[in-house]
Design a protein around this ligand. Sequence first.
Ligand code: PGA
Length: 254
Amino acid sequence: MRIIRTDNYDALCKIAADIITAQILLKPNCVLGLATGSSPVGVYKMLVQKHRDEHLDFSRVRSFNLDEYVGLSPNQEQSYAWFMSEHLFKHINILPANTDIPNGIAENIQNECDRYDAKITSCGGIDLQLLGIGQNGHIGFNEPSSSFTCGTNHTRLSDSTIKANKQYFETGKRIPTHAITMGCRDILQSKRALMIALGDNKALAVRDMLTGPITPMVPASILQLHRDFTLIADGAALSKLENHKLAVNTLTSP
Ligand code: PGA
C-alpha cells in the first residue's frame, strides 16, 4: 500500500493522471476501471489535456465503469454514462465500443450484472482501477455490509449515499435508490487500484479503510488486502491518521 499526501486538488489530480498515463504508455491496450463522482473530475480534465497536448493515445484502451444508477438511461444528464461522455469520452480518442458502463435500464438487471462480469473477464480483467471513497466507506456502490465476494451486483443505496448524491439532482426530481455496481471482488481482482480522496468529510472513512478491521461494514477496508493499492489524498482526508504509524509520502506542488 502506498499513501501519497498532496497539498491541493490540482496536485492530487496531476499525480493520478500521471499514473494513469504511465499505465497507458506501458500497455496501450490496457483495461481501465473508471469512477464517477466529484473526485475524479479534475483527473479526467488532465487526461483530456494530455490527449490534446501530448497526444496521449486512448485508441486501444478499454474501460469499464464502476457503476450506474438503475432506472437512468445514458441520455439522462444524471446518469454516469452521461457523466463519462461529458468529462472524458467525447474529448479523447477512445472508441465508444471500447467503453462499458452497466446498463441501468436493462430489462433484466441480474443478466446485466452477469454480462458485465463476463465481459470484464473476457477482456483479461482490469489493469488499473480508479476509485473514490464514500463517507460511509463505500467503494463503487458497495455499501456497508456488502459481501466481499460479490461480483457486479444490483444494490440498494444507503440513505447517506442518497443524501450525498442529492446535489446532482434537481429539487423535486426522483433520486435513484438502486444501482448496478462492480463488486468488491472485481475491485480486489484489479491489478492496480488507485484511490483519490479529499476533504475532511472523508477522513473517518479513510482512517477506517486503512487502520480498522477488514470488515464488510467498511467495504473499502478490503483494499488492505489489495496487491497494489495507492491512495492519493489531501491533508484533510488524512487528518484522522495522525496517531497511526503509516508511511505517508508527502508531495508538495512546485
Ligand atoms: P465523490 O464520491 O467523489 O463525489 O466524493 C466518491 C464516492 O462516493 O465514491
